[in-house]
Structure formats: C-alpha cells, structure tokens
Design a protein around this ligand. Structure first.
Ligand code: AMP
Ligand code: ZN
Length: 135
C-alpha cells in the first residue's frame, strides 16, 4: 500500500529518482541525501509503513536480513572501520520522514560523527521498577 503524500513511497517505487544501491520486490536501498558519513544509505520498504510499530513481522525480518547483506557489501567496498544501524520512530526520537526506514551508516576512524547518548546511572531499585513496568 502506498501513500500519495509520502516522498519515500515515491522514491521507493521509482517515481522520484534516487541513487539506488539495491532493489527487489519489497525494498529499495538508496543513498541518503544528507549523509552522516560517506555511503550513508537508507533501506526503504516499497509499501508505506509509518514506523516500526506498523511494520509487519515478515517485513521486519526481511529488513534485518537485508541490512546484514548491505552492511557486509558496503563494509567491503567502502573499506569502512565500523557500522551503525539507526532507526528512528516518532519526532521526539528524531524521525523526520514518516515512512519506515533503516539507516545504514558506515563509520570511519576520525569521521567526526557522534551517534550515541549520555548514559544515565539508575540504581538497582530503579532498574527493577522499570523492568516491572515493561514486562
Ligand atoms: P529520519 O530523521 O530518521 O527520519 O531520517 C530521514 C533521512 O532521510 C535523513 O537522513 C535525510 O537526510 C534523508 N532524506 C530526506 N529526504 C531524502 C531524499 N529525498 N532522498 C534521500 N534521503 C533523504
Ligand atoms: Zn510512504
């Protein structure tokens, strides 16, 4: 299912051109236009799912298999030193395009990028309470 107002639907389905690294019946992998590092790419499902919560299990499984394949190929060809997979859900989490996508970010020694967080220091009691909230 496509969404007429969604730019990633148009890109994924070839209505808007992109630098495509890979395509099959379910996905297109494109170079990000605002890359964090050289080779930063995005896996886009061809169907419209706004985020991870909407992604069917079967598609989610295929996404991770494709991420592994692309990361392996890109690491070999780009000779990068490491790799981040990043996937944002919701504005507060940094999502700016509301069509599910997985970022493939090659990392290089001294690439100047920081992808991370400021670690907290919860007590064991706080961790226990959080665990009991989740499960
Ligand atoms: P996010 O912040 O996780 O929603 O990521 C959106 C990503 O899409 C950003 O890294 C943008 O640089 C990238 N982006 C936005 N528009 C395009 C486009 N037309 N082609 C390629 N990448 C895009
Ligand atoms: Zn879409």
């Amino acid at each position: 299912m496509k969404n007429d107002n969604c730019i990633f639907c148009k890109i994924a389905n070839g209505e808007i051109p992109s630098k495509t690294l890979y395509e099959d019946e379910d996905f297109r992998v494109i170079l990000d236009l605002g890359p964090a590092t050289k080779g930063h790419a995005l896996i886009l499902p061809k169907d419209h799912f706004a985020n991870l919560y909407e992604l069917p299990d079967e598609t989610a499984a295929k996404v991770m298999q494709l991420a592994k394949k692309m990361a392996t190929q890109m690491t070999e060809k780009l000779v990068c030193d490491g790799f981040n997979l990043v996937q944002n859900n919701g504005e507060v989490a940094g999502q700016t395009v509301f069509h599910f996508h997985l970022h493939l970010i090659p990392r290089y020694e001294n690439d100047g990028q920081k992808i991370g967080w400021n670690p907290g220091s919860p007590s064991q009691d706080e961790l226990e309470e959080i665990k009991n909230t989740i499960v």
